[in-house]
Ligand binder design. Structure first.
Ligand code: ZN
Length: 566
């Protein structure tokens, strides 16, 4: 579906638009009946669950920001808080009305973490007395609406993903755009983006960042007017600004009824420029690495194409809404608009400080349980971060079309594609690391990269290996294990054999490229059935990890005071 741009981009006043939008009290629109007070559900281990998250501060080095940028940063955080309030309504109800009815301190913290009374890391189980199951459609649909009723009206026609469905006074379903439903929050959100735009605009003289200023103004307009494409395109042009913000209705996971409606979220970001330039260097090696892939030339004859996707590194200083609910994202690939993806590509943003926190609090303690004591010192953050980075770059290597020239690999492999492609990216990422370390272009030792990779597999499959990434991890893990590249010792720890691992990576890379290039889906199905499984010894190791008290995820302390901005 091609989203129409309804409104042109002209100079406008937020206030003028505000006056045109009819007033609609949010609580009425949502028709949520709150209990008069929220009490913990008897027997639900709220304190224990809360303690399983590690609290960390979202900080970054602000010394590189000028005064205009620091001001803009403050306004961006204010804008993000309104995105947060909107997500509360999309998830459950009005945050202030709900939180004023909660007395118990642990319950308060746990509800804030989950944006409502359902435990996101436990299949949305209710943890509040008297609150039943979470509606699949969260706060996007009337509570008395069935899927059948919805489908009878909207099943066939394209819907606007940035609307909620209400029942009008005549009892009929009606879509209403977010800018009307959440009018007050959206107006204040947009005004803060406009203030941020001004703070880095022309009047800031030498402190000005015209590209950022332009984007912020366009984003404010987009959210007020429900037309996102121009601001998404403008956002992709921001490659040098010290500040960045991802804000608006973005992902549709919260709408589990239809998987359509977008939830509000915001990330306020500070760019890591050193990393950006390192990446440019590595990307310039891609053609050479493609030519050297360990496979017959017919499987590597395509030109590498990395022009469509940007990679950028940031510290995140504020998470709001969807991305802050339950588990925390460490990388985002946006925009989601398929037309924009085709014409302008996407940007993968790696959130380095949050990755660091997950590494320190999860990967390191896991490695202390499962890695051979003599190799534990090889587990380090640079290797972890580089492995993730090279995984992303490696998606651009290899083969996109089957060698018979009939179709794309994606089409030929259908539902199996993602697991094989993710595995290819893991393995070719390690292959790139190997080549670059051997050439002296990348610092660090191979042992550090390999051991860190092995330790991080345990983190990623800790809660299951059924996702594409999980299955990919299992293919690699089992292949390395069978080849003796990693060895499970009698004391239950794993030892990496660097020389064997180097050879096994080569061989596996070739295998995966051939599977992709041949596009034989029966062969891939068979391959996955035998390799993408959790071996029983690993299952036991994972149980041990999950009982050990290693944090399940993070809770952020964040905001202007944490950053020293007030
Ligand atoms: Zn990937």
């Amino acid at each position: 579906m091609i989203r129409k741009i309804i409104f042109g981009i002209t100079c406008f006043s937020v206030i003028a638009v505000k006056a045109q939008v009819m007033s609609l009290p949010t609580d009425d629109a949502l028709k949520v009946d709150y209990p008069s007070s929220f009490e913990p559900k008897a027997g639900y281990p709220i304190a224990e669950k809360l303690a399983s998250y590690k609290r960390i501060k979202l900080e970054s080095d602000l010394s590189k920001l000028n005064e205009g940028e620091k001001k803009a940063l403050g306004f961006m955080i204010e804008a993000a808080k309104h995105a947060d309030n909107i997500f509360w309504m999309q998830s459950y109800g009005n945050k202030d009305s709900v939180m004023s009815r909660v007395k118990d301190e642990n319950l308060k913290q746990f509800m804030l973490l989950n944006y409502g009374p359902w435990d996101r890391l436990n299949d949305d189980a209710s943890f509040v007395k008297g609150i039943g199951e979470k509606p699949a459609g969260a706060g996007f649909y009337p509570k008395d609406m069935t899927k059948m009723e919805y489908d009878s009206i909207y099943g066939q026609s394209p819907v606007d993903a940035n609307t909620i469905v209400l029942r009008n006074p005549e009892g009929r379903l009606e879509q209403r755009p977010y800018f009307m439903v959440y009018q007050q929050e959206i107006t204040e959100l947009s005004m803060n983006l406009m203030r941020a735009s001004e703070a880095v605009g022309p009047q800031s003289g030498k402190d000005a960042d015209m590209e950022l200023s332009q984007f912020l103004r366009m984003r404010a307009e987009a959210i007020m007017m429900n037309g996102y494409q121009p601001s998404d395109i403008e956002w992709l042009k921001l490659k040098k600004s010290n500040l960045d913000i991802i804000i608006g209705p973005i992902e549709n996971y919260e709408d589990k009824l239809n998987g359509v409606r977008n939830a509000f979220e915001a990330y306020v970001l500070i760019r890591d420029k050193d990393w950006g330039s390192k990446l440019d260097k590595y990307i310039s090696f891609l053609p050479e690495l493609q030519a050297n892939l360990p496979v017959d030339s017919i499987y590597k004859s395509e030109k590498v194409n990395n022009s469509g996707s940007q990679l950028a590194v940031f510290d995140a200083v504020y998470y709001a809404g969807d991305c802050n609910a339950g588990s925390k994202t460490i990388a985002v690939n946006l925009p989601n608009d398929e037309q924009i993806q085709k014409e302008h590509g996407t940007r993968r943003s790696q959130l380095k400080n949050v990755m660091r926190a997950k590494f320190d609090n999860m990967v390191v303690p896991i490695s202390q349980m499962v890695i051979d004591p003599a190799q534990r010192a090889s587990v380090n953050f640079d290797a972890f971060f580089n492995n993730v980075m090279f995984h992303e770059v490696a998606h651009g290597l290899g083969i996109k079309n089957t060698i018979d020239g009939k179709t794309t690999v994606r089409e030929a492999l259908g539902a199996n594609y993602s697991a094989i492609e993710e595995c290819k990216a893991d393995v070719l990422g390690l292959y790139m690391v190997t080549q670059l370390v051997d050439k002296g272009e990348l610092s660090g030792k191979l042992e550090e990269y390999y051991v860190t990779f092995t330790a991080s597999i345990f983190r990623s499959v800790r809660f299951g290996a059924s996702s594409a990434h999980g299955r990919a991890n299992m293919i690699t893990f089992n292949t390395l294990l069978n080849a003796g590249a990693i060895v499970r010792q009698s004391n239950g720890t794993y030892k990496v054999n660097v020389d064997v691992m180097k050879k096994t990576i080569q061989k596996l890379a070739g295998e995966l490229l051939v599977l992709q290039g041949n596009g034989n889906n029966d062969a891939v199905t068979e391959y996955l059935a035998t390799k993408a499984i959790v071996p029983s010894a690993l299952g036991k190791d994972l149980d041990k990890i999950n009982k050990s008290g290693i944090p399940v995820d993070l809770i952020f302390e964040q905001g202007k005071s944490v950053l020293g901005l007030e």
